[in-house]
Design a protein around this ligand. Structure first.
Ligand code: ADP
Ligand code: MG
Length: 352
């Protein structure tokens, strides 16, 4: 009840918005389930003006509002700063869900990764420069380590809250110019297993390029969604049994791979990799054996980066990309991996 009252009071003091408060700016994205705009607030006494993001969503917007409210209270630093969500009823039949966030910044990890400058363009944005490493592969490794640390930190926050994102990809990771860290966005496909929200897998929402081989988050033997109170009691057990969070870990492993290998950053490169990995029975070590002997200089550079410090990066990568979910590391365990031990690493100081 305390939690409930606190949440209610907090909600009361947050600004509320309605349709006419927004002046639409540039369209930032458009998917099957909604349109996203950069917006500014119309002048209104008592409201701070600011740069905001508005998503006009279909019926899935309801789930996305729920997820964002929960993140706001439980692990706010993991995701973009959510302000308000409501059902906008005046236009279409049935209405649309409108969701409002603070505008975090111009660039997603996808934008940054596709630049020729990557990862040095990220180094410039993260607070403080890496002092002790000359330009070259070791320095690139250090920047990528920092990004991975921030990503896993945000993911651990979500998973500890009981939320599985299910659509982790560079397009859904935004660089927050305010905190100088990467944050997760787009909870439209997320599942909250503790209360059974969006419990039935919506596999059609998943992006096949970043999806782990298991098609469903929960095993197909899991009975259909129990009612909320039952789910609350059961779900920690289900979580243990099915380890649904490992789906996000697989996707995060693919992002790590893309950061290490420039040729895998394009759509076609990633799709080709997925095909090769499938042929190798999802065994990354097997994949390496087949491609390394005839690897391009670019590909070889990726292996060289992962082999630094006794191959600690390669070790982490292979613990994330595995066929069986239960053999994959968790976000929390990955953060404790020796890969993140190295002194001088920016990740931990920047995350505070
Ligand atoms: P969808 O993928 O369903 O269209 P997203 O929530 O991923 O919706 O948002 C689409 C795009 O809008 C993102 O890829 C990002 O470029 C931008 N965006 C979303 N939220 C923010 C935010 N809080 N700050 C800045 N840009 C954002
Ligand atoms: Mg998205």
């Amino acid at each position: 009840w305390d939690m409930f009252v606190l949440a209610f009071v907090e909600r009361l003091f947050r600004p509320t918005f309605k349709k006419d408060d927004f002046m639409l700016g540039k369209k930032l994205g458009e998917g099957a389930f909604g349109v996203v705009y950069r917006v500014s607030l119309a002048e209104k006494p008592g409201l701070k003006e600011g740069d905001l993001v508005l998503k006009k969503a279909t019926e899935y917007g309801a789930v996305e509002i729920w997820m964002n409210e929960r993140v706001r209270r439980a692990c706010a630093s993991s995701c973009a700063d959510f302000m308000y969500g409501f059902l906008e009823n005046s236009s279409k039949k049935g209405g649309e869900y409108w969701l409002v966030w603070r505008f975090e910044g111009e660039a997603t990890l996808q934008d940054l990764m596709l630049s020729k400058e990557f990862p040095y363009n990220v180094e410039k944005m993260i607070l403080g420069k890496i002092q002790d490493e000359p330009k070259g592969i070791a320095r690139e490794n250090r920047i990528i380590q920092t990004i991975m640390g921030q990503l896993l930190f945000a993911l651990d926050g979500l998973h500890s809250t009981g939320i599985v994102h299910r659509d982790i990809k560079p397009q859904n990771i935004i660089f927050s110019e305010g905190s100088c860290t990467f944050k997760i966005i787009d909870l439209g496909a997320a599942a909250d297993l503790r209360v059974g929200i969006n419990y039935i897998p919506k596999e059609f929402l998943l992006d096949p390029r970043y999806a782990a081989p298991e098609q469903y988050i929960m095993s197909t033997q899991t009975p259909s969604a129990p009612s909320a109170p039952v789910a609350t009691a059961l779900s920690p057990v289900l979580w243990q049994l099915n380890l649904p969070d490992r789906f996000d870990i697989y996707s995060t492993g693919l992002i790590y791979l893309q950061m290490a290998f420039p040729s895998l950053r394009t759509d076609s490169g990633l799709i080709q990799f997925n095909r090769q990995l499938k042929r190798c029975g999802y065994d990354l070590i097997e994949w390496r054996k087949t491609v390394e002997p005839r690897a391009s200089t670019e590909l070889r550079k990726g292996f060289e980066l992962l082999d630094l410090d006794g191959g600690i990066g390669w070790e982490l990568l292979t613990s994330m990309i595995r066929y069986k979910a239960r053999k994959r590391t968790s976000a929390k365990a990955a953060l404790a991996h020796p890969y993140f031990d190295k002194e001088g690493l920016l990740a931990l100081s920047v995350m505070q």
